[in-house]
Design a protein around this ligand. Sequence first.
Ligand code: ADP
Length: 461
Amino acid sequence: MPETPEQSATGRFDTVLIANRGEIALRIQRACRELGLKTVAICSEADRQAPYGKTADRFLCIGPSTAAKSYLNQDAILLAARLAGAGAIHPGYGFLSENAAFADAVEKAGLIFIGPTTSSIATMGDKISAKRAMMAAGVPCVPGPDTALPDDPATIERTALEIGYPVIIKAAGGGGGRGMRVVPKADLLHEATALTREEARKAFGSPSLYMEKFLEHPRHIEIQVICDDHGNAVWLGHRDCSMQRRHQKVVEEAPAPGIAPNIIQPVGLACVEACLQIGYRGVGTFEFLYEDGAFYFIEMNTRLQVEHPVTEMTSGVDIVQAQIKAAQGHVLDLTQSDVTCKGHSFECRINAEDPESFLPSAGVVTHLALPAGPGIRVDTHIHAGYKVSPYYDSLIAKLIVHAPTRAEAMTRMREALAGTEVEGISTNIPFLRALFEDGAFAHGETDIHYLEQWLKLRRAA
Ligand code: ADP
């Protein structure tokens, strides 16, 4: 029987090109090496001195410093893969990781894209089709239609009334916390719709919008899944990523505190069911808002996430290795009953930015001291003498701890932060240290607005 394109997307390879940079490029390289795979690192001109270039089997500069001409340059990446004899491409997170056209181009070039099928990426990349697929699979969604908002003003008004104010207008193709607008009451509806539509057209190339209930004090809870190409899928527990600034996660933890197993269990199982229904392969994350004891799906990330380590610490599963093995066509080597999450884990994102203004801080790291000890993990590519470039995301390290209880994990993170010294550039470490002294955070179950409110109070003090 001829293979369908979806079935042909897994297979053998012995060399992986890592189409990313920074800490995740190193994390993936290590996972590949542990699996006996050769690695090809790529870089832009700004990253020529990247330490993971020296440890890769091949290191190729693919273009100028601006991401559009290097890490987002599909042709250059495919050419590098061909030159280096790579059989697969790992996209990491960000850049081209959720670009269905890139996944398609990788497969058309005869290579394996380490991720889900092109059609899964496309379905989940459009928030309306994602919502529709999730509703069909019985995953709880935010109240609101699973169809695009029409142009007709009367229908828009009726939809908002049916949902009940406040509502939120969102771009179907939105991402990165952009392309959404809260509408508190009816007289602001049409202006908000018009503005969001224009923004969506400009930023995401599609004016398609949808409307849903705006939840006023939710937490951000997500579920990690891993699936193979043979109809097996498991969920690896949950994370709480409510500590956000401008919709950007700052601290993540696993498990989400204060959520009883009988509440989360059906949601995890619904996510697994959804994966089986859409023929999902590899790793993915279902993101939910959680309010008053109920879960509401908001989107699925069809890639490895920055915060995957907290789940690795609690579940003991190497998520990157599992992802690569799924792309090789291996049968998942664990069943749901093998998944037992133990203890508590926190991750702090250490960013090169001013701890007060949050403006990015580029320059040379003149001194670096990293913490060590039981239950401490640091995922970073930087070293003393490393030059932090102004061209990319400001994430320079992830500090991860694991301990038997949440309270012990908090203590361990305080200790780890105290032992972290970065000089020569500004970082958010002072801000993270202060946050880990905060009483409400220590208590747990704070909502997605908490961090912004805490910052406002600190500034006012
Ligand atoms: P993006 O793809 O841009 O990250 P999401 O749909 O994941 O967009 O939403 C990003 C953030 O916006 C959420 O974490 C939450 O803070 C807020 N948000 C999104 N939808 C809603 C909603 N219906 N009610 C309240 N807040 C929301």
